[in-house]
Design a protein around this ligand. Sequence first.
Ligand code: ADP
Ligand code: ASP
Ligand code: MG
Length: 424
Amino acid sequence: MSQSSTETKQEKTPEKKFSEISVLKFGGTSVKNIARIQHVAEIVKERLKHGKVLVVVSAMGDTTDYLLKLAHQCAKTPDQRELDSLLSTGEHISITLLSMMLKTMDVSARSVTAYQLGIFTESVHNKARIIDIKTDSLAKAFETCDALVVAGFQGVTANGDITTLGRGGSDTTAVALAAAAGAKYCDIYTDVDGIYTSDPNKIPKARLLDRISYGEVVEMARLGAQVIHPRAVELARQYGVILRVRNTFKPNHEGTSIDGGEDMEIYRSISGVATDKDQACVTIMDVPDQPGIAARIVGGLAKKAIVVDMIMQAFHPTAGLNNITFTVASTDLPQTIKTLEELKTEMGAKAVHADEDIAKVSLVGAGMAGQPDVAARLFETLGAAKINIKMISSSEMKITCVVSRGQADKAAKLIHDAFELEKV
Ligand code: ADP
Ligand code: ASP
Ligand code: MG
């Protein structure tokens, strides 16, 4: 029976078929131009001294943004199947160029798309999850090469349609392949030294973390830290793959190791601040205060694969009506409004209101639970700077405040300073 790795169901770790394999992923900035592709090829060649190498690459630089722009010039709401097929071409270009470059360096390299390798996903466009990668097909692909260069971000459905995994999804491809191969590590090469306490391009004082737990990075990534795709970290945790986030331009630097980190709380209770400006807030006004209303709203959106977050309900005691407010990703806003407008009449609600002037600023840490002074200090910091908090949510590992988008960077910086995260 062939082993497989999947995002959609829990399975045991595959047998260690390729335990000597190195799995390396290079992001868009790392393969931005031919000089950088050459640099990546040199890193791959160096790794081949230790055994076979599986390389996952993203599209060159801003190619995915450029392709999206082209699609929107052709259609206001591009057909999702065609859009995924178009977006997948970005990664197709990178794998062929890197393989060609490796071959000129006498490396036995071979490029494969998700279709060729068999990275099977759900039949959902834009944010498909990986269902299956057969270890056998990986083994077969390696029979004829030492360096297998795989297109990130893309998948294929059982019907042969091309899908994409969501922006930043090449990280998830890499981890899924590392899991399928039974590799111990997956190295994510990017343009910074590793995971910092906040985005180092926005907060120069941010501190590089040499180690962080899966749970903390999942939160940071979900809450806007672009450095790694949250689903990649979830998958790594599920299959016990140790992630190393490293700098392509400093290949000997250790970077940040992401692992179980059970003992980390002893070292620090707060690990970072994340900002997400790609968020919007939606309010359904005057919905009757009846059982089942929230389920209809969230259920209706779930059918369109829209994730609803930070749900708040405000009650008007006299009228027996509620206002229900929640946040969604900005890219899901048009579809959210369309769906709610359809549900509005059916539910007897008065209006649907959208606020795009929002951003989430979140404090993340494994040791925050049970420390009430953390929340108090966070709110005091924003209050003292006259930054209005529009919504709040908290869980064991995070506190999120929704603020006006224009104030988000300032808020993150003030929070970083208030908690002295440069010293963690
Ligand atoms: P790639 O093209 O390699 O996938 P990304 O642009 O997706 O790279 O991610 C790297 C970027 O993530 C960095 O340049 C940095 O600006 C941003 N970033 C945001 N939060 C963090 C953080 N906490 N630590 C490190 N980088 C971060
Ligand atoms: N090229 C895709 C993007 O820009 C996927 C990735 O880079 O991980 O989002
Ligand atoms: Mg990325």
